[in-house]
Design a protein around this ligand. Structure first.
Ligand SMILES: C[S@@+](CC[C@H](N)C(=O)[O-])C[C@H]1O[C@@H](n2cnc3c(N)ncnc32)[C@H](O)[C@@H]1O
Length: 246
């Protein structure tokens, strides 16, 4: 009821983002590549021993899991993967960070046919190995996969980067860690950075985290897409919040 589309948006920046990027219905070769990546991981029947991190899985009990099942349950959907790819190409991002690689569907969507250099972080060694196999197979040399706990890896990232154009938060969907990672990464946000939080409505505590993120004085513009919380830091922008179905 409260959501809007391009007709209800008065911000020229958001109107442009919707009409020139997110709502554009085109079909091109990169979408085909994203689909092939997803298809390949979904039909992968290798069984690996997974170490659970973060909020844990609501689906699996066993530690031994089929790669295809991990892709199905943890990976981003095809539609969202294409949206991510469109965002990266629209803003022409050069540097990106993803928290939570899994088997690399979102990483591939961010990196495919874009000039971005993406660092992606994964705690589970076996899962990361699979992701790296697929990055090699799809010749994704612009993805740099790091294995370890987010907390430890973030300190290295912070030492290696000045600014980040894109941060995609998609691991450890709990309030405290989400806000902790965000606070570590705030200094890397520049005026045109975009931070995306996956699954903001996944739990009551993620809802609370999203409320705090939106209210933060550094955040000027926020979009709730029902699955993502997208934030912008544009100082020239009046503080505004949109609910937009993507
Ligand atoms: C939802 S999946 C990521 C899905 C991926 N972004 C995609 O869309 O294809 C989250 C991943 O984050 C990893 N993860 C969660 N918490 C972590 C932590 N504290 N340190 C390292 N990795 C973590 C999990 O092992 C899992 O593979």
């Amino acid at each position: 009821m409260r959501s809007t589309n391009q007709h209800g948006v008065h911000s020229p920046f958001v109107f442009g983002l919707l009409t020139k990027c997110l709502y554009v219905k085109d079909e091109n070769s990169v979408h085909e590549k994203i689909r092939s990546y997803i298809k390949a991981v979904l039909k992968d029947s290798q069984i690996i021993k997974v170490t659970d991190f973060g909020a844990g899985s609501r689906v699996f009990r066993s530690e031994n899991r089929k790669v295809g099942a991990i892709a199905k349950n943890a990976g981003i959907s095809e539609r969202r993967a294409i949206l991510l790819n469109k965002l990266v190409s629209y803003f022409q991002f050069n540097t990106g960070l993803e928290l939570g690689t899994s088997v690399g569907i979102a990483s591939a969507a961010i990196a495919l046919d874009n000039s971005i250099q993406l660092t992606t972080l994964e705690g589970c060694t076996e899962t990361a190995k699979i992701a790296q196999q697929y990055f090699n197979k799809f010749n994704l040399k612009n993805i740099h996969l790091k294995i370890g706990e987010f907390d430890d890896l973030l300190d290295d990232i912070i030492n290696a980067n000045d600014k980040l154009d894109l941060v995609y938060f998609d691991g450890n969907h709990q309030k405290k860690p989400t806000l902790k990672y965000l606070n570590k990464l705030f200094p890397f946000a520049h005026n045109n950075s975009v931070f995306i939080f996956d699954d903001i409505h996944w739990s009551a505590e993620m809802e609370e985290a999203w409320e705090e993120i939106k209210a933060h004085p550094k955040v000027r513009l926020s979009i709730d897409s029902f699955f993502w919380g997208i934030v912008f830091f544009r100082k020239e922008q009046e503080k505004e919040h949109f609910i937009i179905r993507l």
